[in-house]
Design a protein around this ligand. Structure first.
Ligand SMILES: Nc1ncnc2c1ncn2[C@@H]1O[C@H](COP(=O)(O)OP(=O)(O)OP(=O)(O)O)[C@@H](O)[C@H]1O
Length: 303
């Protein structure tokens, strides 16, 4: 049974389509990176999975339970690090974990949880004295309570220093090794790339690409980036209409053209010169996953 499954999941807020027809499957034990820049639709998707908001269309299930019909059954089986979680300054770290243990009716040992997130010696301190990273660790610890089958982590690395981020990756891998599916939402490629089995890139409410890191690297490796220096950037040389051209970015005196068919380079240069520009230099760069991500997320830069 899939850990998370969505079919045509859609959410509109008035004119804004925050999530458009997402079809996603996350398998048991899989670490799925949900990658997108601010406003891409990540939190809206998570809020629908948690039944905090209702979809405009489509449906979702977690561990076979429908998110709208069986939210209670889902809550008992998942751990969540929500966006904008709240901690109580007066309470200690340990009290927070104890609270989570009670809520889950679990028999987890709070000290073991605190130890897993590197707060073993800070458990008796009030949270008011916690740094941002310590708060984040505590919130992650609370999400681990009850041995969840699915972990949903919204921007789990925010506030963590490099050590904390490494510890988080270790925890995520441990959870995955024990069969827990992890839905890891982030806007930082490096954090997703280093720990996730598969990545979904979302932008502007659309799921643009899904694959393993290797698959995504392969798909982008087939592409090259042609950088043309020009005396004047032509208004619209119509490059995007050419077969094999997947993106065009206009810069100051440059045109950066993503192109999946290397034999198109001469045609592209002809088009640019036909549009009245003189090409003064030509450079070809290999593409990386980073480029793919920025291509899908750089607002309005690629036409
Ligand atoms: N309650 C709401 N009412 C109106 N628009 C909303 C609402 N919630 C989200 N949106 C819009 O939906 C889009 C997706 O927002 P969402 O918060 O899901 O993005 P995100 O990927 O989680 O970004 P961030 O990392 O900044 O939280 C944005 O355009 C946002 O402005």
């Amino acid at each position: 049974m899939a850990a998370i499954e969505t079919h045509g999941l859609t959410k509109r807020f008035g004119e804004v389509t925050a999530v458009h027809e997402f079809d996603l499957t996350v398998e048991e034990g899989e670490v799925f990176g949900f990658l997108g820049s601010n406003g891409a639709g990540k939190s809206t998707t998570i809020n629908m999975l948690l039944d905090f908001i209702r979809p405009t269309a489509g449906r979702a299930s977690i561990l076979g339970y429908d998110t709208q019909r069986d939210p209670q059954a889902i809550r008992q089986r998942i751990g969540v690090l929500p966006e904008g979680y709240q901690l109580y300054d007066r309470l200690t770290g340990r009290q927070h974990v104890e609270f989570a243990v009670e809520m889950h009716e679990s028999d987890d040992d709070p000290d073991r949880i605190l130890d897993r997130v590197g707060l073993a010696t800070d458990g008796e301190k009030p949270v008011s004295g916690f740094s941002t990273g310590m708060r984040q660790r505590l919130a992650i610890g609370m999400a681990l309570v009850g041995d969840p089958s699915v972990l949903i982590l919204d921007e789990p690395s925010s506030g963590l220093d490099p050590n904390g981020a490494r510890e988080l990756r270790r925890i995520v891998r441990e959870e995955s090794d024990s069969g827990t599916a992890v839905f890891f939402s982030s806007h930082i490629l490096g954090q997703v790339e280093s720990v996730c089995d598969r990545i979904g890139i979302i932008d502007d409410g659309e799921l643009r690409k899904v694959g393993t890191v290797d698959e995504l690297n392969e798909s982008v490796g087939a592409e090259s980036l042609l950088v043309l220096s020009v005396d004047a950037v032509p208004a619209d040389p119509g490059l995007i209409d050419l077969d094999g051209v997947t993106g065009v970015e206009r810069g100051n005196g440059t045109l950066r053209i993503s192109c999946s068919d290397p034999s198109m380079k001469a045609t592209i240069i002809d088009r640019v010169e036909d549009a009245g520009a003189t090409v003064t230099d030509i450079d070809v760069e290999n593409r990386s996953l980073e480029d793919l991500f920025s291509e899908y997320t750089a607002e309005g830069e690629y036409a």
